[in-house]
Write a protein that binds this ligand. Structure first.
Ligand code: GLU
Length: 502
């Protein structure tokens, strides 16, 4: 079942892809790279493919794939091929392609570009520890590389499990071209003999990614900078298979305002957060399009003829971005994901709406029937008049909620230990499946570990979420408010408290 449907290499039609892994909430970085791929394809009359890279079963989150589709649709990106829309190079979900990877991995074994490695997990761990103790970078030393065919047969006959590894040359260096950076050289001594196929028969990212990019006729790999260090392995795979290489474009990573790599510790990174908090999708997409400097600012003449003010020079629709975005302008200094700027931009978009459109946007998001319907049962039994609804639920309609210290600080706890506990709580909530019993169990477990009573523990979160000691039921409120916004509220509480104490 080898689908050799790759288009002829000459005069190839531009084909690009994003390949997100369904490991949790849809990330702003996926929309950023998605937008760049979309613009690249559109500008060249090419095709934009969405592939789901779900081979890492340990990190797989079932609801994640649908959330990726929904979030990308929300910002307004459409793809030509993908698991949901089909296409001639499918399946587009890697878990449905495992046979293909096995077949290709066998080819590498036969041609000597890969080998079976029989070391056990314990042996590898012991090796790693020894290297760390000797202050050496941990890497596989390739002991199985030089087994004779007879030795391999003996191991196989003994039923020993094995992985398949890439045979990286032991000396010398390699150079590949990055379209934004020029030539990049790696010494082979810094490239590990990457596992291509795990002992359970599942491929790793590297093998599946290269096989699919080839079989799906991808001409240009446009992805985040963090994959540069994987590229030497990918190049070796292309060479091992004897395949034509795509062009590589590694985009500058999004950064927090302090220039560190964007992280959920400092910024909400889930697209769900922005959607649920009432950011407008076209403002979000516009903002992402400004990252990296690829958007040419309007000329003096345009500013005058269109009557733009200087700031409005940053406002672009998707169609305008398609027209003007210039990949040769991209600057490699990390683009800053600046929430202040995003909020400003969003405000500009809100002001451009007609009153009717504004009302419609409110009703689609923060005042949707769906949201109100979910909230109503939380308060029905507690209300004396319908007019009290707002008093009881304002925390579900607010962006800023900051409880007074008397509300959140348990009697027998210090500020320091309470903030430390809140930090632990944030970690636990991040990992929890957003479902009442799962959240409750995870919180109780943390409470037991840290010796916090259920009362102290739940009161703290209640205060952070609602700003008050009295509220509708906590678990239900968390569910209705949503994971992304609840996490953000806890994070902002901790940040704010730390700031006032600095
Ligand atoms: N699955 C990788 C990711 O999650 C894809 C990286 C690439 O584009 O090669 O980002």
């Amino acid at each position: 079942m080898t689908p050799e449907t790759t288009p002829a290499s000459s005069a190839r039609k531009t084909r690009v892809r994003i390949a997100p892994s369904p490991t949790g909430d849809p990330h702003v970085g996926t929309a950023y790279i998605g937008l760049l791929n979309y613009l690249f394809a559109k500008q060249r009359g090419g095709e934009f493919v969405l592939r789901i890279e779900d081979t890492d079963r340990t990190r797989f989150v079932a609801s994640s794939e649908q959330m990726i589709f929904d979030a990308l649709h929300w910002v307004g990106l459409e793809w030509n091929e993908g698991p949901d829309v089909g296409g001639p190079f499918g399946p587009y979900r890697q878990s449905e392609r495992t046979e293909i990877y096995r077949e290709y991995c066998d080819k590498l074994l036969q041609s000597g570009h890969a080998y079976r490695a029989f070391e056990t997990a314990e042996e590898l761990e012991a090796e790693r520890k020894a290297q760390l103790a000797a202050k050496l970078p941990p890497r596989y030393t390739g002991r199985s590389r030089n087994l004779s065919p007879e030795e391999v047969q003996a191991e196989l006959a003994a039923g020993k499990p094995f992985t398949i590894r890439l045979k990286v040359p032991s000396e010398g260096s390699m150079t590949f071209r990055d379209e934004l950076r020029g030539d990049i050289t790696f010494e082979y001594t810094n490239v590990d003999d990457q596992v291509l196929m795990k002992s359970d028969g599942f491929p790793t990212y590297h093998l599946a990614n290269v096989v699919d990019d080839h079989l799906m006729g991808i001409t240009d790999v446009i992805r985040a900078e963090e994959w540069i260090s994987s590229t030497p392995k990918h190049v070796l795979l292309y060479k091992g298979f004897g395949w034509e290489m795509p062009k590589f474009w590694h985009m500058p990573l999004l950064r927090n305002v302090d220039k560190s790599k964007i992280s959920k510790r400092k910024n909400p990174v889930s697209l769900n957060y922005y959607k649920d908090s009432g950011y407008l999708p076209n403002a979000m997409l516009n903002f992402l399009g400004l990252m990296g400097g690829g958007m040419a600012q309007p000329t003096e003449q345009e500013i005058v003829s269109k009557g733009l003010n200087t700031k409005e020079g940053d406002i672009f629709s998707l169609a305008e971005m398609t027209e003007r975005f210039d990949f040769s302008r991209i600057s490699l200094g990390g683009p800053v994901f600046d929430l202040v700027k995003l909020k400003w931009l969003n405000g500009e978009y809100i002001r451009k709406l007609t009153p009717e459109e504004f009302f419609a946007e409110m009703r689609k998001t923060v005042f949707s029937d769906e949201y109100l319907r979910a909230i109503a049962p939380l308060v029905q039994n507690r209300l004396e008049t319908l007019g009290g609804f707002g008093d009881m639920t304002s925390f579900l309609f607010s962006d800023n909620v900051m409880p007074a210290e008397t509300t959140w600080l348990p009697k027998k706890r210090t500020v320091e230990e309470t903030l430390a506990f809140a930090g632990e709580l944030l970690g636990v909530l991040e990992k929890a499946e957003w479902e009442a019993s799962a959240i409750e169990a995870a919180m109780k477990q943390l409470g037991e570990e840290q010796q916090w009573s259920v009362k102290e523990n739940f009161m703290l979160l209640r205060a952070i979420l609602t700003g008050s000691t009295q509220s509708p039921p906590l678990m239900e409120s968390l569910i209705v408010f949503g994971k992304a916004r609840s996490l953000d509220r806890v994070r902002r509480f901790i940040d704010a408290q730390k700031k006032v104490r600095r």
